[in-house]
Unconditional design. Sequence first.
Length: 268
Amino acid sequence: MYAPGVSTLTFAMGPVHLDSDGELLRQRLAMRLAGAIGGPVEVVSMRSYAELALMMSRGDAQLGWMPPAVFVRSEASAGLRLLAAVERSMGDGYRGVLFVPQDSPVQTLEDLRGTSVVWVDRDSAAGYLFVRLALREAGVEPSELFGDERFAGSHGSTVRAVLRGEADVGATHAQTKPGTEEIVLAGWHFYAGVDGMRPLLVSPPIPPDVICASSSLDPDRLDDAREALLRLHRIEDGDPDLLDEVFGGVKLVGARTTDYDPVRAAMP
């Protein structure tokens, strides 16, 4: 795909895999991408999704992995182009969930009136947008329901805020059995245990994360880049679990911008 001597492609992601093992994981992904694309690739993690969006809009990165809301906000303004979507390991079972401590007196949505809520981020599909959409679909206007609203910045910080009693209710991600609202894994499981929190409301399914291209990627190379991404899971390099470790999905699949209309509907 790339002629000899071409500059290194940059693949950017948000504030994920920032722990001590993240650098090795990014190196492994860079090798896999380089094998599929046929040229050198550098994989970088940004400290925030705002930084990721800015990097993509400036063309400092040619390829990027974005959550659906960040992509939708940046698609038109920055000229981003959708290449593929992450096929999640849990299929259509990725949702947002509104939760309270197990011993909370709150039992119904009406009991939430005047309470304090902690969200993840305004661009978090699971930790803000889709939970608010679910509230509206249940006939409740979020801006009129809560007495206080604030943002914690991450799913872990959101759960910990509710654990410490700094908020009455929080929103986080959940995995459900496909086609049902039965939760098999939720954001609080890592901090409060399976029974430490209780779900009040589960959102509709959330479209998957995207892999997109910035305007700095030569248009003539778009199709080649897309094909390389779609066959990424087929490369036999002795690292079969890499894509699941990085993206939370076993492969990248084709996608259309219309697949993200539910995200647009959930955004203010």
